[in-house]
Design a protein. Structure first.
Length: 155
């Protein structure tokens, strides 16, 4: 075998290993608001997912609020999932009162040094919806990939 043959075999093997060790993270968000002389409304949310090795995690948060001459109403939902790891954790909470609503989801799937993570925090306060999602994935031998999206409907 020549040096050139050994070098090319090593490059092909390294390339195949890189293809098998794919990791990804993505996030997205959308929102909007409207107002008329007698009412205002806003809705928005963010979500994301991450995957590495055989692990995956995703989270989502969505909020909506409306105010009119007869009062106001708000709703908020959040959730997510984690799968594929030897240690999977999933937690979602919503709390607040008539003036504030907060929701948070944290999801993580881990198998030794390989992990996927997604977190979403959504809030409704004073007629405004804000939401932020951060998703990350990691496999040993390289840096984690990250994606973050945030939005605010403003007033």
């Amino acid at each position: 075998m020549t040096f050139k043959t050994i070098f090319l075999a090593g490059v092909v093997a390294l390339g195949a290993t890189s293809l098998a060790a794919a990791q990804s993270a993505s996030t997205i968000g959308a929102g909007g608001s409207s107002s008329t002389p007698g009412s205002t409304s806003a809705t928005g949310g963010t979500g994301g997912s991450a995957a590495a090795g055989g692990t995956s995690a995703s989270s989502l948060g969505l909020g909506a609020t409306s105010t009119g001459t007869n009062g106001s109403s708000s709703t908020l939902g959040t959730g997510g999932s984690a799968a594929g790891g030897t240690s999977d954790r999933s937690m979602s909470k919503v709390h607040g009162n008539g003036n504030n609503l907060h929701g948070m989801s944290k999801e993580r799937a881990q198998d030794k040094g390989t992990w996927s993570d997604s977190k979403t925090h959504t809030k409704i306060h004073k007629g405004e919806v804000t939401s932020r999602t951060k998703s990350m994935a990691h496999e040993p031998g390289g840096p984690p990939v990250k994606s973050t999206t945030g939005l605010s409907t403003g007033k």
